[in-house]
Design a protein around this ligand. Structure first.
Ligand code: PLP
Length: 381
């Protein structure tokens, strides 16, 4: 089966009891036991719930992993992942991170004595040096990064990490499995905020881990149950429902992003823009090698700093000013004061998250309307 077919049929047979083509939403916290500890596969919905199982199977299938685990949020998935790393562990992380991920890493650093080394992973020679400095418990990265859409060469990082015996975890939220499947490149763990493209409709908060190795499946399924940051069956169903249209949605998101890129490229109020699917992106050839598509996120740095950025945001009519991304509706945000406000200012600016930077999540409205909206807002600067 090809990808779009797997989204709908991969490990998603009709309900064996009724033939329903979609899994029922099993709103039951507990399940009858036939005798103490003799059950029909389900005991208590924190441990496992049939609707969640349907989602977890689909997630494993589309990311090419052994098993998927669903969580109540992306950060719930990350917190569960981090629980596996005791005091003294060292995580080597990409330096351009989702703000909430940075915040939780920093909490673990201060509270539990985890060492986190941040590396610009676009520079593999630096990564090699940092990895050589000592044992590494985990290599953690995002690609494309948020919000600057820098790319990390997955296969190259996996090669370097393997040489040091370090597992690799990839936050695949931005690309989505429609455009990039890290496990196929050798990654061990994929993390998602299903809140974004996988759910796709801005109506739930959710997260996921997809695992390649049997030992990780056992370890993280245990932690998932022990910690309990699991989604409700309704939320699990909504993510599964979103997954079915991921392929068509990602193509539509990309068409919108391309229309917006055409407006911002060369516009006199635009200092820089970032889109991995445009030949001006410094890693365009890596993008073509590693990704099947480039998604709906475009970052734009307007000339005139914060004041110009805020004027631009006020000029938008179709893009809603809101955090988050990956939904059918277009959203715009100002990373320096919103999603990345928890990252210290010097660190933010050093990584290019300037006061004039805006992140646009292009939805699936008519691309021409979105292009008009951005053109009009640039005119307000
Ligand atoms: C949103 C996001 C998260 C956090 O997920 P939540 O569902 O908001 O907890 C993690 N990583 C990336 C790249 C995100 O965009």
């Amino acid at each position: 089966m090809r990808f779009d077919t797997r989204l709908i049929h991969g490990r998603q047979p009709p309900d064996p009891l009724t033939g329903a083509v979609n899994p029922p939403i099993y709103l039951s916290s507990t399940f009858r036991q036939l005798a103490p500890n003799r059950n029909q596969g389900y005991v208590y919905s924190r441990s496992a719930n049939p609707t969640r199982t349907a989602l977890e199977n689909a997630l494993a299938e589309i990311e090419g992993g052994r098993a998927g685990l669903a969580f109540s949020s992306g950060l719930g998935a990350l917190a569960t992942l981090l629980e596996a790393f005791p005091t003294g562990s060292r995580i080597v992380s990409v330096d351009d991170l989702y703000g909430g991920t940075w915040r939780l890493f920093d909490h673990h650093r201060r509270q539990f004595g985890i060492r986190i080394d941040y590396v610009d992973m676009t520079r593999l020679e630096i990564l090699r040096e940092v990895l050589a400095q000592g044992p590494t418990s985990l290599v953690y990265l995002e690609t494309p990064t948020n919000p600057l859409l820098k790319l990390v060469d997955l296969a190259a990082v996996v090669r370097l990490a393997r040489r040091e015996g370090a597992p690799v975890a990839v936050d695949n939220t931005f690309a989505s499995p429609a455009n990039q499947r890290p496990i196929e490149r050798g990654a061990d763990i994929v993390l998602h905020s299903t809140t974004k493209y996988l759910g796709g409709h801005s109506d739930i908060i959710g997260g996921a881990l997809v695992l390649r190795k049997a030992a990780d499946v056992e370890r993280f399924a245990w932690l998932q149950n022990a910690i309990g940051a699991v989604p409700s069956p309704v939320d699990a169903y909504l993510v599964l429902r979103g997954l079915h249209t991921l392929g068509v949605r990602m193509r539509a998101h990309e068409a919108s992003a391309r229309a917006v890129v055409e407006v911002v490229a060369g516009h006199r109020k635009v200092r820089a823009f970032h889109y991995p699917g445009h030949p001006s992106h410094p890693q365009y050839s890596l993008a073509r090698r590693q990704m099947d598509g480039y998604g709906g996120i475009v970052s734009v740095e307007v000339a005139g700093g914060r004041a110009a950025a805020l004027r631009f945001l006020r000029g938008l009519k179709l893009f809603t000013l809101a955090e988050s991304l990956g939904g059918v509706e277009s959203l715009a945000e100002h990373p320096a004061s919103m999603t990345h406000a928890s990252v210290p200012r010097e660190q933010r600016e050093a990584h290019g998250v300037t006061e004039g930077l805006l992140r646009l999540s292009c939805g699936i409205e008519d691309p021409a309307d979105l292009a008009d909206d951005v053109r009009r807002a640039l005119g307000r600067i």
